[in-house]
Ligand binder design. Structure first.
Ligand code: MET
Length: 407
């Protein structure tokens, strides 16, 4: 078992030297010549029953070697036997619910808010034929019924950075499988499977890809669970495109470096924001009070690179004044992204439910990128200071040496 940074670079590449190639091969085939019809049929049967691979991939909806390489690498990072990739994070959530609830004949879900708004909406909508009970993390056991197929949690939570104790939730869930959305932490900071989670889910679009140019989802789990997820993926066609598999696999190599650098920036921005007169409260697990249960340093190796804040002024007005930071949903990209959850990512969650789960309408979410922290601070400071530059000497060419007062 190699260390994290080594696994990030070498995972899923064991056979490249034998193939005589250095970069990851991309297989764009939609169909594959079968040796003969009977052998092709056996391969199709194996894959349809959930096998990780077969004598022939048969058809790209059943299996793709480029995507399988990414899955192998991600599983190694999460410490699971297998992983199954999907065309988006929401496709991954859907497949987990279908496998744990529909396939198992248990149509009840227990979920802890807040969750990413899309997940919340999917679970609340009834679209997948499940009914959902929302519970606080300490009341999960009370919410479980004989037909509960799945417990859904996310830590750190999107968008307010609430943390929950995964091992404690797993214990309260008893025999019911628990899915942990690990998108914010990434395998660099947290391995929920080691804490007993059945499924570890990522919107791969975020940190795993890391450059804002690939949409995907992935679930790390035991082989038996992966087989059911593959069955669902084949039947529903929720596949990841091989070019996406390639980009996500390439992204893994720099994942530890990107997460560590962005995290350092988030820690510094959170500290400065907490003292800014234009800011109400700041949520980040690295701040005093941001981790009441003491999970950073135990469950998580670091506080992560996403933070949230409330502003004294209309949050939309503050965002509109930003010049460097990108006003966009998503997170985990090389550039710093900011968005207003009540307007965007969590728009489909009823306002009262958002408020009750610690997501006020005034909250902004910020995902630290890889820019120089001083440039990010300059941008935030001027936006939070009503468009006037803050109380600092801004060392730009147009304002060299000029002390600009807060408006
Ligand atoms: C369309 S909302 C964007 C999705 C993404 N999961 C986010 O939290 O930013």
């Amino acid at each position: 078992m190699k260390r994290l940074r080594t696994t990030a670079v070498h995972g899923g590449r064991d056979d490249l030297a034998d193939l005589g190639v250095h970069a990851l091969p991309i297989d764009l085939s939609t169909t594959y010549p079968v040796p003969d019809q009977a052998a092709g049929g056996r391969a199709l049967q194996d894959l349809a029953e959930g096998a990780a691979h077969a004598a022939s991939p048969v058809y790209a909806r059943l299996h793709n070697p480029t995507v399988a390489r990414f899955e192998q690498a991600l599983a190694a990072l999460e410490g699971t036997a297998a992983a199954v990739a999907f065309g988006s994070g929401m496709a991954a959530v859907t497949a987990v619910v279908q496998a744990a609830c529909a396939l198992a004949g248990k149509p009840h879900v227990v979920a802890v808010r807040p969750l990413y708004g899309g997940t919340d909406h999917l679970l609340s909508s009834g679209l997948l034929g499940v009914r959902t009970t929302y519970a606080t993390a300490d009341r999960v056991a009370d919410a479980i019924t004989p037909d509960t197929g799945l417990v859904v949690v996310e830590t750190p939570a999107n968008p307010n950075l609430d943390l929950l104790d995964v091992a404690a939730v797993v214990e309260r869930a008893g025999p019911v499988p628990v899915v942990v959305d690990n998108t914010f932490a990434t395998p660099v900071l947290q391995n929920p499977a080691a804490l007993g989670a059945t499924y570890v889910l990522h919107s791969a679009t975020k940190y795993l890809g890391g450059h804002g140019d690939v949409l995907g989802g992935v679930v790390a789990c035991a082989e038996e669970r992966a087989a059911a997820l593959r069955q669902v993926r084949i039947v529903t066609g929720a596949v990841l495109h091989p070019l996406g598999g390639y980009l996500l696999h390439r992204g893994l190599a720099t994942l530890p470096l990107r997460v560590e650098a962005a995290q350092r920036t988030a820690v510094e921005l959170a500290r400065r924001l907490a003292g800014h007169p234009g800011v109400g409260l700041v949520r980040h697990p690295g701040l005093p009070g941001g981790d009441p249960a003491g999970l950073v340093g135990t469950q998580m190796s670091g506080p992560g690179a996403v933070l949230a804040l409330t502003t004294r002024e209309d949050p939309a007005a503050v965002v509109a004044r930003l010049r460097l930071i990108t006003p966009a949903v998503s997170l985990g990209s090389v550039d710093t992204l900011v968005e207003h959850p009540a307007a965007l990512t969590h728009r489909l969650v009823p306002g009262a439910d958002r408020e009750a789960s610690g997501v006020p309408d005034s909250l902004l979410r910020l995902s630290a990128g890889l820019e120089d922290v001083e440039d990010l601070w300059d941008d935030l400071d001027q936006a939070l200071s009503g468009g006037c530059e803050g109380n600092y000497i801004k060392p730009s060419s147009s304002r060299t040496g000029e002390l600009v007062q807060t408006g």
